[in-house]
Design a protein around this ligand. Sequence first.
Ligand SMILES: [Zn+2]
Length: 323
Amino acid sequence: MKKKSPWWLAWLWGLNLTLAGGLLAAFLFLDGLPQIPAGATITSAPGIAFTVTPVNTATPFTAPTATRKPRPTAAPPTVTPTPTRLPYGEGPITIGFSAGGRPLQIFKFGNGPKVRMIVAGIHGGYEWNTIALADEMIAYLAGQPHLIPDDVTLYILRSLNPDGEARSHDENGRVNNNGVDLNRNWPASTWVADWDRANCWNQTETTSGTHPGSEPETVALMLFLSIHKPQALISYHSAALGIFPGGTPPDPDSVRLAEQLSEVMPYPYPPLDIGCEYTGTLADWAAEHGIAAVDMELTNHVETDFDLNLRALQVLIDWEDEE
Ligand SMILES: [Zn+2]
């Protein structure tokens, strides 16, 4: 009678077979199969082909190495904030707040020593199209920063009267939240507490402020201009009356800027005389502080005259302090 093998012998035999099979499989698949070069095209069946993509060949895994944090040996380094780069140029820079607490925002283009300034919206929502023009210019220059030469810095203040802009796009949007006409509030020699309204804008009640430079909008821009010292400035208005050089009597440099603008712009120059005396204007103050400045009126209260004002921008960029 044949003796039956013990159960553990069969179990060992089975284990041997399993180990041998595993070793053979490892040999064949890990070492024995031919290497397919990356990028090779494999045809697996008629009409079906694929390309071998290398996996993780370029960036071998590197185990992280632990490093000990060094102990501070001196005062921690000063943290320098990185300027936020927004889609528009290098702005906006908030230079202050309106009477109603709204930010006054300036966009900067270029970084040269020749400084130029555009101010829009001093008459708020009543002249909202000047703000729309500023926004168009900002977007245009943000997309083409090379248009500003290396030796020029251009600042654009998109809305000096955001209170009026927010209130309404009609005559009620002209003044700030203190009821002040910001283009009568500047501490120029021409400032007056009141003026003859008969031939001037008189559709709503306005004041020139409790004193020259009484308004936060005026003070904020005054400080900005005093620090950054532009050589030439355009303050946009609407509508239709033309190009007004700053100063009373008109400042010679401001007259020269107005003349240069009138050579490329269809706006009236000399400006239309409606018998109004303009007092305490931004352009007056600027002209008295060495800035060639004009008030310039768009054609109407709706259009931005964008293409036309690209010509004005070029005049501003090309401005030479002395002739
Ligand atoms: Zn105006």
